[in-house]
Design a protein around this ligand. Structure first.
Ligand SMILES: *[C@@H]1O[C@H](CO)[C@@H](O)[C@H](O)[C@H]1NC(C)=O
Ligand SMILES: *[C@@H]1O[C@H](CO)[C@@H](O)[C@H](O)[C@H]1NC(C)=O
Length: 301
């Protein structure tokens, strides 16, 4: 057991250190580009997308190729190079691999932009890199975030940047404890309770759709549903370190990974804010049913 642990640790370090060094280099480059973006925004957007692609593709390879994470992908076909608003449930760090798996296959990996916490802006290199890439850095207080969102939306709407703008609509990771809170909240507020999910935050989604639907190249919402199983525990995913250091994740280690995607054209979405909020709620109920079916399927196997 001890020997196996030491082996796994060494294996993890060998895989991660070169990648982490490139991450530092990438953040140095991106930080240097930050002032440049003021003068040449389009050029910096493309350059930062390329730099990010190399790093993200690398960590995706560690997960899928070296560590044998087999991701079952189901649902709608995603057109190559299409810009979209991406929403997903949030279970674990591993979610990034599930979303990136779809982005790689659609040729949009370098174009992924994630909602990030505003505090990161004060983290040297990493935070500046995120900032230079044009990721929205938000405090989740929507009035305060308005200028920041205008900045990000302008890149997409005015400059027509190809983008996957990704957010976790539940704002936080799913845990059984938080699920109890969500159930209580739904009962109090007379809302339906989605299975295996927290009730979604609608404000950010509504704001994003209402702004980005003005961009001609922004065609669709991709609704991703992520599921895991380990040792017959549903929604149990590997830790960050396990995902990077352990081989044979889907084989001997017994992890199961699934991501389902629905592609919904923006034109088909309701026009008004209340309609959009309701639409998101309905999606969440259907995602819950999908997750329940997946749980049963895995429980039988
Ligand atoms: C992938 O998921 C689908 C839908 O849940 C299921 O029907 C199929 O058997 C799965 N494939 C594998 C290889 O697990
Ligand atoms: C799997 O679950 C069983 C029973 O719940 C437990 O005894 C065992 O230690 C678990 N194995 C792993 C690898 O977590």
């Amino acid at each position: 057991m001890m020997v196996a642990d030491i082996f796994t640790t060494l294996r993890g370090l060998l895989l991660v250190i070169p990648w982490a060094l490139e991450l530092v280099l990438m953040d140095l480059i991106l930080s240097a580009l930050l002032p440049v973006s003021y003068f040449f925004p389009n050029w910096v957007y493309n350059a930062s997308s390329f730099v990010a692609f190399t790093n993200w593709n690398w960590i995706q390879m560690i997960f899928e190729v070296f560590n044998g994470g087999e991701i079952n992908i189901s649902g709608d076909e995603l057109p190559e190079g299409e810009s979209a608003i991406v929403i997903s449930n949030h279970v674990s760090w591993t979610d990034f691999y599930m979303i990136q798996a779809l982005a790689v296959r659609a040729g949009m990996l370098g174009r992924c932009r994630w909602f990030a916490k505003i505090e990161l802006r004060w983290v040297p290199l990493l935070g500046w890199g995120i900032w230079a890439m044009g990721m929205p850095m938000v405090s989740r207080k929507w009035l305060k975030d308005k200028t920041e969102l205008d900045r990000v939306f302008a890149g997409v709407v005015v400059r027509k940047w190809p983008t996957w703008l990704i957010s976790f609509s539940e704002a936080t990771r799913y845990t059984p404890k938080k699920y109890e809170d969500t159930k209580a909240w739904c009962k109090q507020n007379d809302r339906p309770i989605p299975k295996h999910l927290l009730y979604p935050r609608t404000k950010g989604f509504v704001t994003t759709v209402q702004h980005l639907r003005k961009a001609k190249h922004m065609k669709a919402v991709y609704d991703m549903t992520i599921a895991y199983e380990h040792n017959h525990t549903f929604l149990s995913a590997p830790t960050i370190w396990e995902s990077l250091s352990c081989g044979d994740l889907s084989g001997k280690r017994g992890y199961k990974f699934h991501v389902d995607v629905k592609r919904i054209l923006l034109d088909e979405l309701p026009e008004d804010d209340a309609g959009l909020a309701k639409w998101l709620e309905t999606r969440w109920m259907e995602k819950g049913e999908f997750l329940e079916a997946k749980r049963e399927e895995w429980a039988r196997s």
